[in-house]
Design a binder for this molecule. Structure first.
Ligand SMILES: O=P(O)(O)O[C@@H]1[C@@H](OP(=O)(O)O)[C@H](OP(=O)(O)O)[C@H](O)[C@H](OP(=O)(O)O)[C@H]1OP(=O)(O)O
Ligand SMILES: Nc1ncnc2c1ncn2[C@@H]1O[C@H](COP(=O)(O)OP(=O)(O)O)[C@@H](O)[C@H]1O
Ligand SMILES: [Mg+2]
Ligand SMILES: [Mg+2]
Length: 350
């Protein structure tokens, strides 16, 4: 993030924290209704804009209005907040222009900040730089290598980088397409030549087949358990060869929240560690709506890895998302409102 934006982001965050404590999320009496424009795919509208969310929002004075992508944004609304998750360079530019010409509107989130998590080369960089380590544990990222082209060079590149097998191959770009979620597990480096760059090769970390999805909505976080890929033993590694495509193992259908799990595997990561991680990432990434896929290295108590960050994920699967999301929207407008109210009135020029 640029320095000015970072400072503003910080100030807004602080004000919002204070305003939330002071008002316990209730709308201020003098605050008018909140209009939230949304530009989302039909899949997202179905999973996110559920009747319960719209009903609760209406009771709190929040109105969701569909944005027509093909009409000028300035002719629509007026909006207090714009929620979006659509792809394409043109749309990004439209949003960026709108942000410049309508600084009074909160665009969730800034398009250039989202770009960082749409590329797996840069997605985890902030987690790596943060290098979080405290009494509750450590949070890192698996070692990885970016392959832009020439699949024949992969075995050599893997050797040179000293990456340990097995490796997870992930498409470099995350653009919302099904293809960007087509992952493979490689047991030997020679088979990697059949893969199609651009891609990222990431060391597979044994984690007992369970992962944690940490949903972030502004300052709020919620964690759920999902089933994931099983561990790969040394024996399997020495006897197996080849590259295996694997399906979306940790989709919603694979909830592990009610499973009878070994506590060493299923115990949620310590809350203070997640709070710190989410707070730092919110600031560093300049995002307020995202989730993290986190795994705990099997056999350790506190060695965690972030393996994926998703912008505006499937909040429909986050427990209590309706309350959390509407409170968040209100807190955004309240802090803006307070900011405007506390600005000194300009003297008229005589
Ligand atoms: O489809 P859903 O509701 O499972 O949500 C997907 C997310 O699932 P999750 O909330 O993490 O379980 C999903 O997360 P994963 O990458 O599967 O961890 C993505 O965020 C996906 O968006 P995109 O395809 O990367 O643009 C999300 O898809 P969109 O809803 O944004 O299309
Ligand atoms: N480095 C890794 N070690 C162990 N398992 C992994 C690793 N990377 C991915 N996985 C498994 O593959 C799944 C999908 O990978 P992820 O990076 O989250 O891609 P996507 O963006 O498609 O969700 C994860 O949810 C997890 O089950
Ligand atoms: Mg994922
Ligand atoms: Mg993802």
């Amino acid at each position: 993030m640029r320095l000015k934006e970072e400072t503003e982001f910080f100030e807004e965050e602080e004000e919002r924290e204070q305003s939330m404590v002071a008002h316990k999320f209730s709308p201020q009496p003098m605050m008018k209704g909140v209009v939230v424009g949304y530009a989302l795919t039909s899949k997202k509208i179905k999973s996110f804009l559920q009747p319960k969310l719209e009903g609760l929002a209406r009771n709190k004075g929040i109105l969701f209005v569909a944005i027509d992508q093909h009409r000028p944004l300035s002719d629509q609304g007026p909006f207090d907040i714009v929620l979006h998750k659509l792809s394409g360079k043109e749309w990004r530019q439209i949003l960026e222009d709108y942000r410049q010409t309508h600084p009074e509107v909160t665009v969730l989130d800034p398009p250039d900040a989202i770009q960082q998590v749409h590329n797996r080369q840069f997605m985890l960089q902030e987690v790596a730089d943060l290098n979080l380590s405290d009494a509750y544990g450590t949070v890192g990222v698996p070692r990885q290598l970016v392959i832009k082209k020439d699949p024949a060079s992969i075995p050599d590149a893997v050797n040179k980088a000293g990456l340990r097998l097995p490796l997870v191959s992930k498409p470099l770009v995350v653009d919302g397409s099904a293809k960007s979620h087509e992952l493979s597990l490689a047991y030997d480096q020679y088979s990697l030549q059949i893969l199609e760059p651009p891609l990222v090769l990431q060391e597979f970390v044994n984690h007992g087949g369970v992962l944690f999805k940490v949903y972030v909505v502004g300052e709020a976080i919620k964690v759920v358990r999902r089933f994931s890929l099983p561990d790969v033993s040394k024996r399997e590694l020495s006897t197996n060869a080849g590259v295996f495509r694997f399906p979306r193992v940790s989709c919603a259908a694979a909830s592990a929240d009610d499973a009878d799990l070994d506590p060493g595997i299923g115990e949620l990561p310590p809350r203070p560690l997640l709070e710190r991680l989410a707070k730092e990432l919110r600031r560093r990434l300049g995002l307020r709506l995202f989730n993290l896929d986190i795994i705990r290295e099997h056999g350790t108590r506190g060695r965690f890895y972030v393996i994926d960050i998703n912008y505006f994920p499937g909040y429909g699967k986050m427990p209590e998302y309706e309350h959390i999301f509407t409170d968040f929207l209100l807190s955004l407008v309240q802090s803006r409102y307070k900011k405007r109210a506390s600005k000194p009135v300009e003297e008229p020029v005589r």
